[in-house]
Write a protein that binds this ligand. Structure first.
Ligand SMILES: [Zn+2]
Length: 412
């Protein structure tokens, strides 16, 4: 496997049907292997013994993998022989300018509210929605300190990606999607994000359409970054295209509108569709008309008692329609604020001929719906009264709350 160490970044090699194998090289000696069988793809751990046993389940040996890698390297030297490349929504790449990689950095299944992702597209690194929130109050409870600790890890990852980004996209100005001048202790503070925002294009909703807090937030970002927020509405800019504003959830929603983003890289078309909540058919029509291969979408807010039965049925119909059109559909955000949402997602996956997953599945990490599990967290790790006030004042930290149920807050 040492031969692989020479190459940086993800490499994907698709074998003859029905099994594809991809190598994803990590810094240092670590090697990740993705095995694709039919529409499903599974991450295989880096450890050689485990790689070997997982490959065995697919009737492959490590020598087969080396053979595939060897033939891919030969193809690299032969410009006519580019290997076939497919997508799986987790990692997809080829060796040239059409390299595509999706990394989801924050979402409810990763432990915090938001739908932040980084798309590597050739030499571009596009960061969408660099904000998070934890659900300030649910079931009468503030975020559990374990979730707070996870939030710190996620913010760090987002800030690192922001610093490295070439382009920034803001789908809308809600507090779980953008850095805030008046962030609460669990959100992304504009002061922390400002260095990463400077000197690069920032796309977002047209300020002229906005009023009140939404407009003020984007103006504060533009001022701090010393960069205007470029009106994305309906625009096309190279590999990026944007929708017109779509309702945030139901038509005529008082929650305003969101801009959806399409990124085309080689054969891959990725769509980020945050907060449309699958509640409105027009947004689904728009996505389908874009012919995407990978969609990251915010699902319906089943946790809200006021969501009507009619809206719930509409969301299910729209989700099925999308799942039938898109090879990889990643549904997360509002949907996964309740246990009911997790069941809904798994039922959708069972009904769909295509791959339907949440952000954590897509990132090959364990699901951690910490807001949905908040009451259980408090039961299992009690929190002393006054902790949140002390934390906000910088007098308490998350030590003692960094691990729960096999999960480590510093690894997300
Ligand atoms: Zn949101």
């Amino acid at each position: 496997m040492t031969a692989c160490g020479a190459r940086k970044g993800p490499v994907r090699v698709i074998a003859d049907d029905p099994i594809g194998v991809a190598l994803h090289e990590m810094p240092g000696p670590r090697l990740e292997v993705f095995v694709q069988k039919g529409a499903a793809s599974h991450a295989v751990d880096a450890d050689r013994t485990r790689v070997s046993s997982r490959l065995g389940r697919h009737g492959l040996r490590i020598s087969d993998l080396l053979l595939l890698y060897g033939s891919w390297k030969r193809d690299m030297r032969d410009p006519g022989g580019v290997p076939s490349v497919e997508e799986d929504g987790v990692i997809q790449a080829d060796n040239r300018s059409s390299m595509f990689r999706l990394e989801i950095l924050a979402a409810e299944s990763l432990g915090a509210r938001g739908l932040c992702c980084k798309v590597t597209a050739g030499k571009r690194r596009i960061l969408i929605d660099p904000g998070i929130a934890l659900g300030y109050r649910r079931h009468g409870l503030y975020p559990h300190p374990f979730q707070v600790a996870v939030g710190v890890t996620l913010r760090r990852k987002i800030l690192a990606a922001l610093g490295d980004a070439t382009d920034v996209v803001l789908s809308h100005a809600h507090g779980d999607h953008v850095p805030l001048a008046d962030a609460n202790p669990f959100q992304m503070a504009l002061d922390d994000a400002v260095d990463g925002l400077r000197g690069k294009p920032i796309w977002g909703p047209d300020l002229r359409d906005l009023a009140g807090a939404m407009r003020e937030r984007l103006e504060a970002i533009a001022r701090a970054a010393n960069t205007p927020v470029l009106a994305a509405n309906g625009r096309k800019a190279g590999i990026l295209s944007f929708s017109q504003p779509m309702p945030h959830g139901e038509p005529e929603s008082h929650l305003g509108t969101v801009i959806m983003t399409r990124i085309e890289v080689g054969d891959t078309v990725f769509v980020h569709a945050s907060d449309i909540q699958l509640l409105q058919r027009d947004a689904i029509d728009r996505i389908v008309s874009w012919s995407p291969t990978v969609v990251l979408v915010g699902g319906p807010p089943l946790y809200l008692a006021q969501l009507s039965d009619e809206a719930r049925s509409e969301a299910w119909r729209n989700a099925l329609r999308l799942a039938n059109h898109v090879p990889t559909l990643i549904v997360d955000h509002h949907l996964l604020r309740s246990v009911q949402g997790i069941r809904w997602l798994d039922a959708l996956a069972a009904e769909s001929p295509n791959r339907v997953v949440c952000a954590a599945d897509s990132m090959n990490t364990s699901r951690r719906m910490l807001e949905a599990w908040r009451r259980r967290l408090y039961r299992e790790i009690p929190v002393r009264e006054g902790w949140h006030r002390e934390y906000a004042l910088g007098k308490a930290d998350t030590s003692g709350f960094e691990a729960w149920d096999g999960l480590d807050a510093s690894v997300v």
